[in-house]
Design a binder for this molecule. Structure first.
Ligand SMILES: [Zn+2]
Length: 175
């Protein structure tokens, strides 16, 4: 897990992320989380892309195994369940709001972008819109920061501590 300022990363890391996503990874500023084997699981992207576009999603889940496992969760009623949990649990709401603030503080390290001020990711601070984004935040920040992301990871049939990576180089797109 890693938060800004990120450790240096390599061209191989970016090539792996591109292969994982099936498109060229752009404006990468760090690898925010990795599989136990070292392969990226969460890529960090600049808050303003090179073409000027504001980009709120600092932490993006790029690992196909993780993405599939979270998609499987989203296909169940789990987002409704977490939304109900938030409605019922003031402490959880407070921790989710703190996760939102923590996400924005991380991104601010990389620069202020007025167009996305106060906008984080995944539905924070009040809604549960994308478990991929919330779980990616949890993978980057570590346990105890994003309570909904933590719940999703705990339930997902995937873990960064058990490698299910494929040889991404065999599927590297022309970039
Ligand atoms: Zn792996």
């Amino acid at each position: 897990m890693s938060r800004p300022p990120f450790a240096p990363f390599t061209a191989d890391d970016v090539a792996t992320v591109s292969a994982q996503l099936g498109r060229p990874a752009r404006d990468v500023v760090g690898i925010a989380a990795r599989c136990v084997c070292g392969a990226p699981t969460v890529v960090a992207t600049a808050p303003r892309l090179a073409d000027g576009t504001p980009f709120p999603t600092l932490y993006y889940m790029c690992h196909p195994g993780a993405t599939a496992a979270i998609s499987a969760l989203e296909a169940t009623q789990v987002m409704n369940e977490y939304t109900a949990l938030l409605a019922d649990d003031a402490d959880l709401r407070s921790r989710y709001a703190a996760a939102h603030a923590s996400f924005l503080a991380d991104r601010a390290v990389l620069g202020e972008v007025p167009e996305i001020a106060g906008i984080s990711s995944g539905g924070m601070p009040e809604r549960v819109k994308c478990l991929h984004a919330l779980a990616a935040h949890s993978l980057a920040a570590g346990p105890g920061v994003n309570p909904i992301g933590d719940l999703a990871l705990a339930r997902a049939d995937w873990s960064p501590s058990r490698c299910v990576c494929i040889d991404y180089t065999e599927t590297t797109p022309d970039a």
